[in-house]
Design a protein around this ligand. Structure first.
Ligand code: NAD
Length: 260
């Protein structure tokens, strides 16, 4: 479905980003991975993905809180693949605290990584997409890009901001063959969330199944985690030619969370 295309997926050494990168490679796209982690583990993922899918897989360790490094990552991908057709802004962090106690430096880093990184990457990747009159930009927002929750002021602000940025980029590029959409997941099963389940089960002395149903998935009507493969499948579809008329949207993949 994506043969001959090349993609960057930020924050793809783990979780949703890695799931999207795997789905892209399986669909025939070259992929640049990005994120933090142990070099030997990243190289293992990079080389196995390339071998399994017979596509080029590169890696950039660019820090998504640094504008110059983001631009450099886009240039490296253009050199490695000849072009960047698909950009997925996925890297993100969370910090939880009441507004009154929210540390200013945490606010700044959540806004930088979860929102401003999207701006820098889009700005760097757009000229090439415009020159080829084809591009797909996917910004991984969240159900928290559509609704709020207490104690997540920076995250909810950044993720709502991502939805706004998505609309503007879609409008500015609508006549250039470039679409821009936000993906808004509910709770996705990632290593981070798995760790939270174990922690809560221990803290409350209740079984994992109860933590999942009554604590973690309290606001997710299906009472089931979204799997990274589902988000990957949506990303592949939105990146395909069949999705050329879908632009400027915030697509929820949240088990009904935001239907309430
Ligand atoms: P994760 O912690 O498993 O992965 C985050 C990735 O981002 C990792 O590869 C990490 O190395 C990378 N990263 C973090 N800071 C970075 C930085 N400064 N520079 C470069 N890379 C950096 O998280 P995840 O759960 O897979 O989340 C991915 C995205 O999906 C985030 O934007 C998150 O807000 C969003 N999201 C997640 C969920 C969920 O339930 N997991 C739900 C909604 C939205």
């Amino acid at each position: 479905m994506l043969g001959g295309k090349s993609a960057i997926v930020t924050g793809s050494t783990s979780g949703i980003g890695l799931g999207i990168a795997r789905s892209f490679a399986a669909a025939g796209a070259n992929v640049m991975l990005n994120g933090f982690g142990k070099p030997e583990e990243i190289e293992r993922v990079r080389s196995s993905l390339a071998a399994e899918s017979n596509v080029k897989v590169a890696f950039s360790g660019a820090d998504m809180s640094k504008g110059e490094q983001i631009e450099q990552m886009v240039r490296e991908a253009e050199q490695a693949f000849g072009q960047v057709d698909i950009l997925v802004n996925n890297a993100g962090i969370q910090f939880v605290s009441p507004v009154t106690d929210f540390p200013a430096e945490k606010w700044a880093s959540v806004l930088a990584i979860d929102l401003s990184s999207n701006f820098f990457a889009i700005k760097a990747a757009l000229p090439g997409m415009r020159a080829r009159k084809w591009g797909r930009i996917l910004n991984v927002s969240s159900a928290h890009g559509l609704v709020g929750s207490p104690f997540k002021s920076a995250y909810v602000s950044a993720k709502h901001g991502v939805v706004g940025l998505t609309k503007v980029v879609a409008l500015e590029n609508a006549e250039h063959g470039i679409t821009c959409n936000a993906i808004c997941p509910g709770f996705v099963r990632t290593p981070l969330v798995e760790g939270q389940i174990d922690g809560q089960a221990k803290a409350h002395g209740i079984p994992r199944e109860q933590v999942i149903r009554d604590v973690i998935l309290a606001s997710q009507p299906t009472k089931q985690f979204i799997e990274v493969e589902e988000v990957g499948g949506l990303a592949v579809f939105l990146s395909s030619d069949l999705a050329r008329s879908i632009t400027g949207t915030a697509i929820a993949i949240d088990g009904g969370w935001t239907a309430r």
